[in-house]
Design a protein around this ligand. Structure first.
Ligand SMILES: Cc1cc2nc3c(=O)[nH]c(=O)nc-3n(C[C@H](O)[C@H](O)[C@H](O)COP(=O)(O)OP(=O)(O)OC[C@H]3O[C@@H](n4cnc5c(N)ncnc54)[C@H](O)[C@@H]3O)c2cc1C
Length: 383
């Protein structure tokens, strides 16, 4: 999928205006008080962001992954949490788009595009995140329904969302284990409840929740692709887009850290000159700027592969790995450059420093990204 330049510029300009007027002035208060930004979410729906990559035939904007990544970068410069609200939603939409039956696409995609259905991904459980094949949440067929029991944790949009891509075991005894896994479109209803809101170091504003499924009934018609045993494949394919999003968030956070440090270093003086004139500070600024550019190029390369329909787990993995580490390094350097003020809640850099570590955990930890990259390297370069 491609987005034409004109269309992209108009979208990016309207995002910039929205951020400047409706987010920037309030972000520190909302973030520190962990307030869910209902009005901003409603505005993001109005702007079409909940349908960003959903094709126009289903009511979405039909944007390319490249344009989507540029939107995510811009928003993350101002407040990364906002991108989490529509990212897991769009991963779910992408799974329905790629693997859903024709009936599922017609029934769900238009409602995802408007944000009437606010989706998310329910994969992780209290006892497993990386090793998804160890999940215990299970679904048992009962006539035209499945009955689901189990617990999910850390689910973004778990409280304010109303529909999740729910990964379960349909055959707990299957070998290999992934053959017994299935992915359902699970709308909130009887038997699907929030057991608690999780408190976090950063990434505030967005809800992270533990969810309980007790004899929750989901129609068999909501089994993505209509075939049992494909759930892990559908999930992992959807995570390619998720990793591009996380990488774009990393670029945004790394750039925000650079922007703040660059500005501060030119006004703060020590020993009779701005600290930006001290070589030790210049070296940090140079490394920060280089990381931003390198991370952005990796994101562009991964998004291009995704848009061309090529397999891109290696490219998305490299972008996610590098950009998230760049965000951590840059947020720490920005804090060093700000000296004591970097530790103050009155400056933004302490937030960047708290938000950045999430990027090395979500959508597959960076340890797993290295393993994925290495496996692909070997597979693509046989001797
Ligand atoms: C704020 C937040 C939001 C989240 N949102 C969602 C969401 O919306 N939906 C969802 O399903 N989940 C979500 N998660 C969960 C997240 O995806 C998991 O935390 C992540 O996948 C890691 O799983 P884990 O926490 O169980 O760590 P573990 O799997 O227990 O891993 C612990 C450590 O061991 C390492 N490790 C594990 N296996 C290997 C291996 N084979 N080789 C080398 N190292 C290994 C990991 O890299 C990590 O360093 C969220 C988490 C957070 C913090």
């Amino acid at each position: 999928m491609t987005t034409n330049q004109n269309e992209e510029s108009l979208i990016l300009e309207s995002i910039d205006r929205f951020l400047e007027r409706e987010v920037k002035p309030f972000v520190r208060e909302w973030e520190h008080d962990d307030i869910y930004p209902h009005e901003v979410v409603a505005r993001m729906k109005e702007m079409g962001l909940f349908g960003a990559i959903i094709p126009q035939q289903f009511g979405g904007l039909g944007l390319s992954a490249g344009t989507y990544a540029r939107i995510v970068e811009r928003i993350s410069v101002v407040w990364m949490s906002l991108t989490g609200i529509f990212n897991s939603h769009l991963i779910m939409a992408a799974a329905v788009l790629r693997f859903g039956t024709a009936e599922q696409k017609q029934r769900f995609l238009p409602r995802f595009a408007t944000g009437e259905l606010q989706g998310g991904l329910a994969l992780t459980e209290p006892d497993c995140g990386t090793d998804l094949q160890a999940i215990r949440c299970h679904a048992k067929r009962d006539g035209e329904d499945y009955i689901i029991n189990g617990t999910k944790t850390w689910i973004s949009n778990g409280i304010h969302g109303n529909c999740l891509a729910l990964l379960v075991k349909t055959d707990p005894a299957a070998e290999p284990r992934h053959r017994g896994m299935s992915l359902f479109i699970a709308e909130k209803g009887k038997g699907f409840s929030v057991s608690r809101k999780l408190e976090k170091l950063g990434y505030k504003g967005i809800d992270s929740a533990e969810l309980l499924f007790e004899d929750y009934r989901v129609p068999a018609a909501n089994l993505i692709s209509g075939e049992e045993g494909m759930g892990l494949n559908h999930t992992l394919a959807g995570l390619e887009l998720g990793r591009i999003n996380v990488a774009a968030r990393g670029v945004g956070l790394a750039r925000a850290s650079l922007n703040e440090a660059l500005a501060y270093a030119q006004v703060r003086e020590t020993f009779g000159k701005p600290i930006a004139q001290h070589q030790a500070i210049q070296i940090m600024l140079a490394d920060m700027a280089t990381r931003v550019e390198a991370a952005r190029l990796l994101v562009e390369s991964a998004a291009k592969a995704y848009d061309e329909g090529r397999r891109c787990d290696m490219e998305a993995g490299m972008a996610k790995l590098f950009a998230s580490e760049a965000a951590i390094s840059n947020s720490l350097d920005a804090m060093r450059i700000h000296g004591g003020y970097g530790y103050s809640k009155e400056f933004n850099v302490e937030r960047f420093y708290r938000d950045a570590p999430l990027l090395v955990i979500g959508e597959g930890t960076n340890e797993m990204q290295r393993i994925i990259i290495a496996k692909q390297l070997i597979e693509r370069n046989p001797v």
